[in-house]
Design a protein around this ligand. Structure first.
Ligand code: GLN
Length: 313
């Protein structure tokens, strides 16, 4: 296929923004109380190419919590430090077909925890990071996400407090994992580091840059820093393709045909391997916990540009 012109990238981003801005389905997450207070009307759409070119429309500067969009990036840290085999053996790569906070998945498959993109596997992932202290573990997790974004990031303190004070479900998951010997640090420490990871503040452009680093075979297009070996990028994208939208992953693949990851803060990032990333921010979620406008905008762009992995393209 012919390379996509800059004007076409900008056109599809503007179109998706205009077309879905007025959609008012869905609702902010409220099981983490502070997320309910984020303005629902905010909407941002961005494409970042593997060369680092940025095409955007709407909200680019507001810092929202990364939430589960952090999960593939910490899975990448495990791959980078310990290899993809460790990720497969100590966490697993099977989609659950169940909600992101499922405990049932752990009971069905007690031999794995189940994939790194649901809460159980993500809590297990932070526990696997090689570290002698909680501080060292946390710094590695944060530095890795910063390397993907290409700038220093901070935890949104109110989000952390709100989420940690209401983390009964995730605490249950951490304890269950520990019981099954699928957690590799103290459970409460894993819960704290995981919750901090989910509370990192990013803007829409950061999310696009993180995706563009994956599109650019693991090298941040702006800083030039290598975050993941290019041999390991396909495995990571494969997990995103099969589990990035939780129990809606099949529907997502059917509609957009791209590896992606969503978060309850309203972020979504999708990757067109070797080419570019599409990222969106819009807080209202559908019942599976995926951003309604984001899902529509990215599927629209993938269709317009003909970049769905399964063709025609
Ligand atoms: N921190 C959130 C949680 O653990 C992340 C969930 C999500 O974004 N789907 O519930």
């Amino acid at each position: 296929a012919a390379p996509i012109a800059d004007a076409d990238y900008q056109r599809v981003v503007d179109e998706a923004y205009a077309k879905f801005k007025g959609v008012d389905e869905g609702a902010n997450a409220d099981y983490i109380p502070i997320l309910a207070t984020v303005p629902s009307e905010m909407f941002g759409v961005v494409i970042v190419t593997r060369e680092g070119k940025v095409f955007s429309a709407g909200e680019m500067d507001y810092e929202f919590s990364i939430q589960s969009v952090s999960k593939p990036f910490t899975a990448s840290l495990i791959m980078a430090e310990q290899g993809p085999r460790v990720l497969r053996e100590k966490i697993g790569v099977e989609p659950t077909g169940l909600p992101f906070n499922s405990k049932m998945a752990l009971e069905i498959y007690p031999e794995r925890s189940v994939n790194p993109l649901v809460n159980a596997g993500a809590i297990a992932a932070v526990s696997l990071v090689e570290a002698k202290s909680e501080k060292e573990r946390w710094n590695k997790v944060l530095n890795n996400i910063e390397a993907y974004a290409g700038r220093d990031l901070k935890v949104l303190k109110e989000v952390y407090t709100s989420e940690y004070e209401s983390a009964w479900s995730n605490r249950g998951i951490a304890n269950l994992l520990y019981n099954y010997e699928r957690l590799y640090s103290d459970p409460e420490e894993a819960l704290r580091v995981y919750t901090r990871q989910c509370s990192i503040g990013i803007n829409t452009r950061d999310l696009g840059m993180m995706g563009a680093t994956l599109a650019n075979e693991g090298v941040n297009p702006v800083t030039g820093k290598k975050v993941l070996d290019k041999e390991d990028v396909p495995e990571l994208l494969a997990i995103m393709a099969s589990a990035g939208f939780y129990d809606e992953s099949g529907e997502w693949m059917y509609r957009a045909g791209l590896p992606a990851k969503t978060g309850v803060g309203g972020g979504i990032v999708a990757v067109v391997p070797g080419k570019f990333a599409i990222a969106t921010f819009s807080p209202p979620l559908n019942p599976a916990g995926n951003s309604v406008r984001g899902l529509m905008a990215i599927s629209h762009i993938a269709g317009e540009l003909g970049v769905g992995l399964y063709g025609p393209n």
